[in-house]
Design a protein around this ligand. Structure first.
Ligand SMILES: Cc1ncc(C[n+]2csc(CCOP(=O)(O)OP(=O)(O)O)c2C)c(N)n1
Ligand code: SF4
Length: 317
C-alpha cells in the first residue's frame, strides 16, 4: 500500500474491491463505508467478516462482491479468526513458505457482532497485540435479522425489541461506547469515522492498516431501513450526527486524542432526531435529556483532546 497523505477526488483509488451488484438496501451507508474502506486497504487484504448485513448482501451463492480473500465467520468471532489469519501468515512468511510482504488482516462486524456477542473476541485480539484492523460497521441495531436492539442502539430509539408504547419508551439504556473501550486497551490506533466524510474515513482506515499492532475503526453507518429515514438523506444524516455531536469524529494515536476533522458548528440534536422515524415518539423532555447527555459526553471528549494537546507540547527531557 502506498501511503496517501490526504485522499481527495484526484487520488481516489479507482479499483473497486467491493463489487457492485450486491443486495444492500437503497441509501445504505454501511455498504458505502465498506466500499471506501476497501479502496483504502487495497488488494493485499484478507477479510474476516461476521454474520450481519454486509455478509448477507454480498455473498448470495454462487455470487460474491468480494474481490479480496474473504472468510465468512460466526457472529461472535471475527476478531478471533482474523487473529488466526494474521498469526498464520506471519508463521508462513517466517518459514519462507510465503514471500514476505505486507498483507492487511481485517475483521469486519456490525455493532451486534462487536458491542455484544463479539466483544470478548475483540478484547482478546486487542490485548494479544495482533497486527490487524478491526472495523465496526455501526448501524445501531441488529438490522439483518429484523431491527432488534443492540447495546449500541441509542437511548430512546424504537426497534422491534424496544418498541415504544404504554410500557416502554424505546431503548432504555445509553449507547455503549466501543471506541472508548478499544482505546482503554492502550492499542496504537483508534478512530471514529462516517462515510458522510469519505476522505476522512479512507485516511483513517489507511492509518489503521499501516500502524503496527491492533487498530480499531468505529464507523457510524446510516441504515434507512432500521432508522426509518429517507434513503436519499443518508449522507446528510451522517453529517448531522457529527454536527449535533451525537457522533464526534476523532482519533486516538498512542493514547493521544485529536478531533478529525475539527467539530463543525454545533446543531441541536433535534435536527438529527427528527429526520428518523425511530425517534418519532420522543417527548420534549426525552429530547432535552438526550441533548444534555450528548453535551456532557462531548465535554469529556474535549477534555481528553485538550489534555492530549497539552501533553504533546510538554518539553522533552
Ligand atoms: C451466535 C449467534 N447468535 C445469533 C445469530 C443470529 N444473527 C445473525 S446476524 C444477527 C444480527 C447482526 O447484527 P449486527 O452485527 O449489528 O449486524 P447488521 O445486520 O446490523 O449489519 C443475529 C442476531 C447468529 N448468527 N449467531
Ligand atoms: S438493513 Fe440497513 S444496514 Fe442492512 S443493508 Fe439495509 S440499509 Fe444497509
Amino acid at each position: 500500500m502506498t501511503e496517501i497523505k490526504a485522499y481527495g477526488p484526484k487520488n481516489l483509488p479507482l479499483e473497486e474491491l467491493f463489487a457492485p451488484g450486491h443486495r444492500a438496501c437503497q441509501g445504505c451507508a454501511e455498504v458505502l463505508a465498506l466500499r471506501l474502506a476497501l479502496k483504502a486497504l487495497g488488494k493485499d487484504t484478507v477479510v474476516a467478516n461476521a454474520t450481519g448485513c454486509m455478509e448477507i448482501v454480498s455473498t448470495p451463492l454462487p455470487t460474491t462482491s468480494w474481490v479480496v480473500p474473504y472468510i465468512h465467520v460466526g457472529f461472535e468471532n471475527a476478531a478471533a479468526v482474523c487473529s488466526g489469519v494474521e498469526a498464520g501468515l506471519k508463521a508462513l512468511m517466517r518459514k519462507a513458505r510465503l514471500p514476505k510482504k505486507q498483507i492487511h488482516c481485517v475483521a469486519i462486524a456490525g455493532d451486534g457482532g462487536t458491542a455484544d456477542i463479539g466483544m470478548q473476541a475483540l478484547s482478546g485480539a486487542l490485548e494479544r497485540g495482533h497486527d490487524m484492523v478491526y472495523i465496526c460497521l455501526d448501524n445501531e441495531a441488529y438490522m439483518n435479522t429484523g431491527i432488534q436492539r443492540s447495546s449500541s442502539t441509542p437511548y430512546g430509539a424504537m426497534t422491534t425489541t424496544s418498541p415504544p408504547g404504554r410500557l416502554s419508551f424505546g431503548q432504555s439504556t445509553q449507547k455503549k461506547n466501543v471506541a472508548e473501550i478499544a482505546a482503554a486497551h492502550g492499542i496504537p490506533y483508534v478512530a471514529t469515522a462516517c462515510p458522510s466524510y469519505p476522505w476522512d474515513l479512507m485516511k483513517k482506515v489507511q492509518k489503521a492498516a499501516l500502524v503496527e499492532g491492533p487498530a480499531y475503526v468505529h464507523i457510524l453507518s446510516v441504515c434507512p431501513t432500521g432508522w426509518r429515514s429517507q434513503p436519499e438523506e443518508s449522507i446528510e444524516l451522517g453529517k448531522l450526527a457529527v454536527a449535533s455531536r451525537v457522533f464526534p469524529l476523532y482519533e486516538v494515536e498512542n493514547g493521544r486524542y485529536r478531533f478529525t476533522p475539527k467539530p463543525p458548528k454545533q446543531v441541536p440534536v433535534i435536527d438529527y432526531l427528527k429526520k428518523q422515524g425511530r425517534f418519532r415518539h420522543l417527548t420534549d423532555k426525552m429530547i432535552e435529556e438526550i441533548q444534555k447527555n450528548v453535551d456532557e459526553q462531548f465535554c469529556r471528549l474535549e477534555a481528553k483532546v485538550r489534555i492530549s494537546l497539552e501533553a504533546s507540547q510538554e518539553p522533552q527531557e
